[in-house]
Design a protein around this ligand. Sequence first.
Ligand SMILES: Nc1ncnc2c1ncn2[C@@H]1O[C@H](COP(=O)(O)OP(=O)(O)O)[C@@H](O)[C@H]1O
Ligand SMILES: Cc1cn([C@H]2C[C@H](O)[C@@H](COP(=O)(O)O)O2)c(=O)[nH]c1=O
Length: 216
Amino acid sequence: MPELVFFSGTMDCGKSTLALQIEHNRSARGLAGMIFTRDDRAGEGKLSSRLGLVTDAVEVEDGQDLYVYLVDHLSQGGRADYVIADEAQFLAPEQIDQLARVVDDLGLDVFAFGITTDFRSKLFPGSQRLVELADRIEVLQVEALCWCGARATHNARTIDGEMVVEGAQVVVGDVNQSAGEVGYEVLCRRHHRRRMTAASARAAALSPDVLPVPSS
Ligand SMILES: Nc1ncnc2c1ncn2[C@@H]1O[C@H](COP(=O)(O)OP(=O)(O)O)[C@@H](O)[C@H]1O
Ligand SMILES: Cc1cn([C@H]2C[C@H](O)[C@@H](COP(=O)(O)O)O2)c(=O)[nH]c1=O
């Protein structure tokens, strides 16, 4: 039975790498994938992993009907044996419904990859719809870690290493950004709740309040 599978995890946990591996294994067996993405850091029409792999993809536009796109592609003689959708958190809920229809009416597997929650730990609308509709949700096995060593479950947005909680839901960016740029850091829930990033934890550890007082 074809399935809609949602591979989810924090930023930087290997989602795009897995998408590229699925694509590689299937195309090595002569299957043809339709690869969708939206706002990948590598630029328009790209699906990229931090391991350096990249492939071409169809850049999804606002209001684009993904079911109709596939039907048009197939009826013009194109092939599609399965579908990959990376950065699926950026898709509109209607586009997730269209992907579910691709599974049910066209009989294709759809593998969607994305983060579930934003920097305020609120669901992205596309991810919410995936949680509602997916046949299966797979949490990635390679755990990203918080600076404290615990499993990272949340995504923080940072400016100069400090966590921010105001701003637009969508700001394309990366972990390990340079000074002054909007960046991201993955944290465990405890440290996300306390807004404690690696930089603020380091600063707190160096603060005179917590330095050991020499005994006289
Ligand atoms: N230099 C490296 N050596 C080994 N693994 C790396 C290296 N850089 C990144 N990675 C792996 O790649 C993962 C990020 O992969 P990526 O597919 O870009 O993540 P995502 O799509 O989830 O944001 C990291 O969690 C890490 O496991
Ligand atoms: C938390 C959060 C992330 N984003 C953006 C930042 C990146 O461009 C992508 C996630 O990419 P990855 O391949 O999973 O690393 O999402 C955002 O726009 N808003 C957020 O709150």
